[in-house]
Design a protein around this ligand. Structure first.
Ligand SMILES: [Zn+2]
Length: 245
């Protein structure tokens, strides 16, 4: 499995989103109806579903959040403006209707805002688990945390939230100064997300312009291939968007 800067990149099969593993944090979980690809890939690197402590969803679409139910110990974090659709199990906004299905998991633990630091969120859920869990679970969790502490710190320290509405109203990207996990806002080779599935054109224009200002070496999108020279891919997407207006 390809690893970019300590991030395991898991390619989604068919309509499944890609998933990215940073420490015990999983970004997006695919549709969840045929989860073997994701679970097998995690198993290859000895990660069990119960090991995932935090899921960050880049947006509220079914092909990114449908698999959240597979990870029973994970807290769920999603952009504040996409959280209601999940909490209300809104078929239209989550697109679950298109998949002739319903979300199996509709809780949201953490609503994400611009500039939220992933490391702070991770510390917060570690504290919550410490306070809330039974003694048995608690010690297991802490043991796990102790083993992974250094790794996780290194991997997640710099990632923070960028609000990038346009594909949905609460879509986010994660950025650490070098790597952009871009959800369905921007793809490689000049692609960008559809704006007719809960987003809008002017938000997308602003988000693409915002991303175009960043120095991005690695772009890790919600679908399709990931790539280096991320800045070039974003520039192509912005140009393509503006040309097609
Ligand atoms: Zn989407």
């Amino acid at each position: 499995m390809e690893k970019i800067n300590n991030i395991y990149c898991i390619e989604g099969i068919n309509a499944d989103s890609n998933s990215y593993l940073i420490g015990n944090i999983l970004v997006d979980t695919g549709i969840g109806l045929k989860p073997n690809n994701l679970l097998n890939k995690l198993n290859e690197i000895n990660v069990k579903p119960t090991d995932i402590d935090l899921i960050i969803n880049t947006h509220n679409h079914f092909d990114h959040v449908g698999g959240n139910y597979l990870f029973p110990n994970a807290k769920i974090a999603i952009g504040v403006n996409d959280s209601e659709a999940i909490l209300n199990n809104n078929d239209n906004l989550t697109l679950s209707k298109l998949f002739f299905n319903k979300l199996k998991r509709t809780d949201v633990d953490i609503k994400l805002y611009e500039n939220d630091k992933i490391h702070d969120i991770f510390l917060k859920i570690s504290m919550d688990n410490k306070n809330n869990d039974s003694k048995q679970n608690n010690s297991k969790f802490l043991k796990n945390k102790e083993n992974n502490k250094e790794n996780n710190k290194e991997k997640i320290d710099d990632f923070y939230v960028l609000e990038t509405p346009g594909h949905t109203s609460g879509g986010i990207c994660l950025y650490d100064g070098e790597t952009l996990i871009s959800g369905d806002t921007v793809f490689t080779n000049g692609g960008f997300g559809r704006v007719d599935l809960g987003g809008n054109y002017s938000d997308m224009e602003n988000s693409l312009k915002k991303l175009n200002e960043l120095n991005v070496e690695y772009i890790l999108p919600g679908h399709g291939s990931w790539a280096n020279n991320g800045k070039q891919h974003i520039k192509m997407a912005l140009n393509s968007f503006l040309t097609n207006l």
